[in-house]
Design a protein around this ligand. Structure first.
Ligand code: ITT
Length: 200
């Protein structure tokens, strides 16, 4: 069975990605299980640049097929913030509470009718030599609400409303997010490449 490394250290992402690939006859490990693999710096200004850097950095260091993704929230009325800076919006990497507080303070100045937003996920698959073999993108459209609802998901999810469901990703069950999310769409699109290269 071939091994696929998930080139992410974000446990919430990992817990969303694994079920989407669990039916494939491949061994999936995440990079935290490979202590010799150094952290990859995210200096790119696009989701594609950062996803590529993560997939290439991890695959070269681990000499293994690697799937990485870069994702974030885009609010057009805020000049596309937080965008690629979603994880560090308020300064400290992965501080969801501070990031949400900053989003809230900025969205307060935006009229309710202009609070549309979308999540983006760009996924990149690299071979063990660090060569990009496939790229995919998924988007999920919604609206920003000013009262947090629910405790599922992570990051901006309690503030991200899916209008068709009248619920935020914080309220919707993980199985629903797994059907609708930007990450689910990006992984779905890249599955055929994973199958082509890793499934006998
Ligand atoms: P890795 O680089 O190790 O993958 P990371 O958390 O640094 O982990 P990113 O640079 O891709 O990942 O930043 C993702 C940020 O975007 C995350 O911290 C959230 O703020 C936001 N985000 C992305 N997907 C999200 C989701 O499904 N729900 C809520 N917030 C999300």
């Amino acid at each position: 069975m071939l091994r696929l490394v998930l080139g992410t250290r974000n446990k919430k992402k990992i817990s969303e990605i694994i079920p989407l690939l669990a039916d494939l006859p491949i061994e999936i490990v995440d990079v935290s299980q490979l202590p010799h693999v150094p952290e990859v710096e995210e200096t790119g200004r696009t989701f594609l640049a950062n996803a590529s850097a993560k997939a290439q950095g991890v695959s070269k260091a681990a000499h293994t097929w690697t799937l990485a993704e870069d994702s974030g929230l885009v609010v057009p009325a805020l000049g596309n913030e937080p965008g690629v800076d979603s994880a560090i919006y308020a300064g400290k990497h992965g501080d969801d509470a501070a990031n949400n507080a900053k989003l809230l303070s900025k969205i307060a100045h935006v009229p309710e009718t202009e609070r549309g937003a979308y999540y983006v996920c760009v996924a990149v698959l690299c071979n063990p030599s660090g060569e990009i073999q496939a790229v995919s993108e998924g988007r999920c459209h919604g609206r920003i609400v000013t009262t947090p609802l629910g405790s599922h998901g992570f990051g901006y999810d309690p503030f991200f409303l899916i209008p068709e469901y009248h619920k935020t990703f914080g309220e919707l069950a993980p199985v629903v997010k797994a059907a609708l999310s930007h990450r689910a769409k990006a992984i779905h699109h890249i599955r055929s490449a994973i199958c082509k290269y890793l499934v006998p």
